[in-house]
Design a protein around this ligand. Structure first.
Ligand code: GSH
Length: 205
């Protein structure tokens, strides 16, 4: 068995969290390296694309969160084998990546500039993506995005819905997701209570 190290920021969310949950679901031990932003700044140059998450497999660096989700998801049985269902799973994860990209562009703004940028996002890209991801859930049958069961797509959306509804994103109303796509709020609860995910957080408690 290779050795795995996952380096990501020290919080239970973002692009690294679905990979951590998938590792736990697979029953595969890994080094969960959690860094602060100042620590990341010091190590940034050693990261191939100057960003996290980064995985080391037997010391070899691999990047790109969605690729990491697929890789660990396969080992955990959380990635569809069927071609069409894997397309649905990938489409969902890529949509979440696009949504995240739009939001991250507002990081570092302050005051009126932050408010204006976030209000524009709420009326624009966040609404477009939340509605669209809600439609993908409906297509999947309403409970999960692909294969009629928990996959890494659900982990990625669950983490993102939790973030959007957390109040941690200034100027993004906590009830926005519920208004635009109520199914996603129910999905967040369903996934958080799923035995695979609940077992991961119990292990963290
Ligand atoms: N396409 C990359 C994006 C990685 C990325 O932008 N990561 C963010 C954290 S979620 C980051 O490292 N930001 C720090 C920075 O760019 O300064 C992936 O999916 O892994």
């Amino acid at each position: 068995m290779p050795t795995y190290k996952l380096t990501y920021f020290d919080f239970d969310g973002g692009r690294g969290e679905p990979v951590r949950i998938a590792f736990h679901a697979a029953g595969i031990g890994f080094e969960d390296e959690r860094v602060t932003f100042p620590e990341f700044q010091k190590m940034r140059k050693s990261m191939r694309f100057s960003a996290l998450p980064v995985m080391h497999i037997d010391g070899e660096q691999v990047t790109q969160s969605t690729a990491l989700c697929r890789y660990v998801g396969r080992m955990a049985g959380l990635y569809p084998e069927d071609g069409l269902q894997s397309l649905y799973c990938d489409e969902t994860m890529d949509a979440v990546e696009d949504l995240t990209h739009h939001i991250v562009r507002t990081f570092g703004l302050e005051g009126d500039a932050l408010r204006e940028a976030r209000e524009a996002l709420v009326d624009g890209w966040i609404s477009v993506f939340v509605k669209g991801i809600g439609e993908l859930l409906t297509r999947g049958g309403g409970e999960y995005f692909a294969d009629g069961r928990l996959t890494v797509a659900d982990l990625k959306v669950f983490v993102t819905t939790r973030w959007l509804c957390s109040g941690g994103l200034e100027h993004v109303p906590t009830d926005l997701v519920g208004q635009l796509a109520p199914g996603l709020v129910e999905h967040e609860k369903r996934v958080s209570e799923h035995e695979t995910v609940a077992a991961y957080y119990a292990s963290r408690a």
